[in-house]
Design a protein around this ligand. Sequence first.
Ligand SMILES: CSC[C@H]1O[C@H](OP(=O)(O)O)[C@H](O)[C@@H]1O
Ligand code: ADE
Length: 290
Amino acid sequence: MSTPYLAVIGGSGIYDIDGLKDAAWQAVTTPWGDPSEQILTGTLDGLRLAFLPRHGRGHVHSPTDVPYRANIDALKQLGVTHVLSVSACGSFRDHMAPGDFVIPDQFIDRTVNREKSFFSKGCVAHVSLAHPTCTVLGGLAADAARAQGVTVHEGGTYLAMEGPQFSTLAESRMYRESWGCDVIGMTNMPEAKLAREAELHYATVAMVTDYDSWHPDHGEVDVTEIIKTLGANSTHARGMIAGMPARLGADTGCDQGCATALDFAVMTAPDKRDADLVARLNTVAGRVLG
Ligand SMILES: CSC[C@H]1O[C@H](OP(=O)(O)O)[C@H](O)[C@@H]1O
Ligand SMILES: Nc1ncnc2[nH]cnc12
């Protein structure tokens, strides 16, 4: 495995991280527009680390407006190999309580208003998403979070909704009872899809802030309730990140094919490819497009 370079995409409540050596906020431009924010780069206990606040510093991007393609392209341009997505989420399970971390291994994508692929007319590709996360990276994050005293649930299905409004009671019950979802958020799709297309190891740490709206013993979710839990969650997330260098540095690598997802994915014949699109794809797919 090449030397790992970890990126953390920070969600609601996490707009910077401390402790990086040689820390600098860097502007990165991409053919897909500007990322959500400048990217904080540096090293943490010898591990190269990049931090990108998903909603921008000051929380300016709504879940729909987050420039997901630019974010993934920018991280790949920096040389990132692993992406840890840290997100707030609602829970559909009694035992996944506010303050717990869930490391989902499946997603259901209900978002409708976002660019979901780097590929399109003139360069068509189909990657596998059967196993959309890197369970090795997720396992390392789970271990680092447990070391902070956090209750961690490995595995589960994250429902990605468009938002920005929270779900209706009928939707909340349907996701939980009929669709078997475990947690809900607004941002991990298409992020996970794009990370796979860019051949990055990607795992989500979904930090539970609320029980959405289904729970008979809890009120309906609102932002005030979420903010109350976000403070403690973000302290634990920072501790988890601090524990990643020791774990990722010693990792023997994933055998799920995250880093070779494009090997057999591109369908468009070389002589039919759109030159402009191929140029835009250079960072994420240059390895296979030549
Ligand atoms: C502040 S609650 C709604 C908001 O929080 C989550 O964001 P993120 O995943 O970036 O932590 C959720 O998906 C919504 O965007
Ligand atoms: N209940 C919820 N629904 C969607 N996104 C969320 N983020 C945090 N809690 C959420």
